[in-house]
Design a binder for this molecule. Structure first.
Ligand SMILES: [Zn+2]
Ligand SMILES: [Zn+2]
Ligand SMILES: [Zn+2]
Length: 157
């Protein structure tokens, strides 16, 4: 039994090929949009619908095997790094996301100045700024390209 199979079973989830494929994709690291996850899953499995990938991501997130983040103005992204209460820095220019370790390590890592009687269990911290690429473009006064060329290979043009 692979580690991924064990992981699914330990959370009471049935082991299916789409679930294994999505876990494998997330395991590669990063903060991936559903479209990107679907594309990579299809490199591993013949036919998987986008809806099936959404369903798998929902099940994995509810089981605590993946984490869903949704910075304002950007589509939801998923990652395999869970359980460490890490935070994110998001680029205002291109939407790139990087991990930032939580200095405290467990939620909530910030105490509210006033709790209004709430039992606070999490502080959702998102840092915003400009990534190195966008800073370089800004200082060169060049606008970022409107189309991200990542999916266009020379042979496709
Ligand atoms: Zn950027
Ligand atoms: Zn992250
Ligand atoms: Zn923190």
């Amino acid at each position: 039994m692979s580690g991924a199979e064990e992981l699914l079973r330990s959370k009471g989830l049935r082991v299916t090929r789409p679930r294994l494929a999505v876990l494998d994709v997330l395991d590669g690291g990063g903060h991936l949009e559903v479209d990107e996850i679907t594309r990579r899953v299809r490199e591993r499995l013949d036919s998987v619908s986008t809806q099936a990938v959404y369903d798998v991501l929902g099940a994995l997130s509810r089981a605590g095997l993946s984490r869903r983040i949704e910075p304002a103005g950007s589509p939801a992204r998923y990652e395999a790094r869970v359980g460490d209460n890490h935070h994110h820095v998001v680029c205002r220019g291109c939407g790139e996301i990087a991990d930032i370790d939580c200095a405290v390590g467990s939620a909530p890592c910030l105490e509210p100045s006033v709790s209004h009687g709430f039992e606070v269990d999490e502080a959702e911290v998102t840092f915003w700024g400009l990534c190195p690429g966008c800073r370089a473009r800004r200082s060169a006064d060049v606008r970022p390209p409107d189309v991200r060329p990542a999916d266009v290979r020379p042979a496709d043009v």
